[in-house]
Design a protein around this ligand. Structure first.
Ligand code: CA
Ligand code: CA
Ligand code: CA
Length: 479
């Protein structure tokens, strides 16, 4: 692939008497609607262009231009829109740079777009939708992103309404717009609705959706968004994670069992590790989403609903992430216990009991890949903290592994990805890490090997990560 030098001018001056020939192009549209694209869009448009697009609607019609994308070299490349068919027609606007221009409307049935570029530096260009409409009609307002539209008539006097999709709220424009005559022009009396996922809110409907701000795109940096879900007294709230992905360690969603920041913590979630669902004990649930100053991801889509307490049993307590549940009876007096997938440790091994008030006696435990520990058995699994999400920075974890068979500890690597040259996994069999048997880093999956021979029962592992950049870490079994 060709590497382009961007933003760097190779010539000392722009108004040069260079011997480049100008490339002309001409396009002609007579259809009632269409799309105008810059040459090669969305690839770079080319230098020394002079392109003209003529849009010719039926007589008694007007033309509406809506900019979907716009990126041309500021100051040197231009798009001019003329209110008529000739170069001398009045200019509706001249555009340069990467600010998306507002929509334009011609006064007659012909519009002319002229695009001129200089000899260097090319950008993506533009993507413009045009529609035509009659003199006593308003231009097609389109359908708002994340919303719906009701009504098709664009005639003078008629109205069109909009509604945001579930989880989005109106941030701009109006829910109903009417085509009116204003200062001799036929125009909409209000701006079209804009729907966005809000940063926080107080939600009182019996069910709904919580989306990270920016959804379905990436969320923004430096967010601090709090939602309080309130159900009727006596009704707990269930939230279900339909989608969840945030920057590990830095962008977190905190869930609390109550109405405020001081209510008991249910969990703090980041990366992709969320339970399938959570249920509050009170009729409030508090969610706080905080993001740091860099790197974002798709965020989350969470459904909430108020649930009815059953009068003869407890509600499904759920299953921890990376874990499993023993016991499927939820009647009063029933006990359920939990286990974890290999390599994970249960935060609380006490059983949950369904109490006479139809509430569980303790919160759902979690399964975590811990920083270090003592692992004994004929075989086992060692995971980097947070696995399968990226490991935290500034780790110094030591595991002691004791294989009951005494034939050396044989390691097999299933996943291995550390920051090369900065984060290390050290393995030894004599208790000292000053001259370890193995010092591993990078993303190359190490071959299986044995720490010690017959007569050796134990091996030690140490994982060290520095202050920045992390990856999936490791999933290693021993036998
Ligand atoms: Ca240019
Ligand atoms: Ca971030
Ligand atoms: Ca690192």
């Amino acid at each position: 692939m060709e590497i382009k030098s961007r933003g760097v001018k190779l010539m000392p001056s722009k108004d040069m008497n260079q011997k480049t020939s100008v490339f002309s192009c001409f396009f002609n549209f007579t259809s009632p609607s269409g799309i105008v694209l810059s040459p090669n869009y969305p690839e770079e448009y080319g230098s020394s262009l002079h392109c003209v697009w003529l849009i010719i609607a039926k007589p008694e019609s007007r033309i509406h231009l809506a900019f979907n994308d716009f990126d041309v070299e500021p100051q040197f490349d231009f798009l001019a829109v003329k209110d008529g068919g000739t170069a001398e027609s009045p200019t509706l606007g001249t555009f340069s740079g990467n600010q998306l221009p507002s929509s334009l409307t011609s006064s007659g049935h012909v519009a002319r777009l002229e695009f001129q570029t200089d000899h260097s530096t090319e950008k993506r260009g533009f993507n413009i939708t045009f529609t035509t409409f009659r003199h006593n009609e308003c231009p097609d307002p389109g359908v708002p992103v994340n919303g719906k539209r009701f009504g098709d008539s664009l005639q003078l006097g008629s109205s069109v309404s909009f509604l945001c999709d579930e989880g989005f709220i109106r941030t701009h424009g109006s829910e109903t717009i009417t085509c009116v005559l204003k200062e001799g022009n036929v125009v909409w009396d209000n701006a079209v609705l804009r729907c966005e996922a809000p940063c926080g809110g107080h939600l009182t409907s019996p069910n709904g959706m919580i989306l990270s701000p920016g959804w379905p795109g990436f969320y923004k940096d430096s967010l601090n968004c709090a939602w309080v879900i309130e159900a009727q007294p006596g009704y707990p709230i269930k939230i279900t994670f339909d989608r969840f992905k945030t920057e590990v360690n830095y962008d977190t969603l905190e869930v609390r069992d109550g109405k405020s920041y001081s209510s008991p913590l249910i969990g703090v979630y980041d990366g992709t590790q969320v339970p399938q669902f959570l249920i509050s004990t009170s009729n409030f649930l508090y969610l706080l989403f905080t993001t740091d100053k860099s790197h974002s991801d798709v965020g989350f889509q969470i459904h909430y609903e108020t649930v009815k307490l059953q009068s003869d049993h407890c509600l499904d307590p759920g299953i921890p992430v990376n874990g499993l549940r023993y016991g499927n009876d939820f009647y009063v007096g029933a006990l359920v216990t939990f286990g974890c997938d290999p390599g994970y440790t249960l935060s609380d091994s006490e059983a949950l009991e369904c109490e006479p008030n139809f509430q569980w006696s303790r919160p759902l435990p979690s399964c975590e890949a811990l920083c270090g520990g003592y692992i004994q058995g004929s075989s086992g699994t060692v995971l980097s903290p947070g696995f399968p999400d990226f490991y935290p920075n500034n780790l110094n974890c030591t595991w002691i592994i004791e294989a009951s068979h005494g034939k050396g500890v044989f390691f097999t690597f299933h996943t291995f990805h550390l920051e090369s040259g900065h984060d290390y996994l050290l393995i030894t069999e004599n208790g000292s890490f000053s001259q370890p048997l193995k010092q591993l880093t990078g993303s190359h999956l190490p071959a299986p090997f044995s720490a010690g021979l017959f007569g050796n029962f134990s091996a030690q592992m140490r994982f060290i990560s520095d202050f920045s950049i992390s990856y999936e870490g490791f999933n290693i079994t021993f036998s």
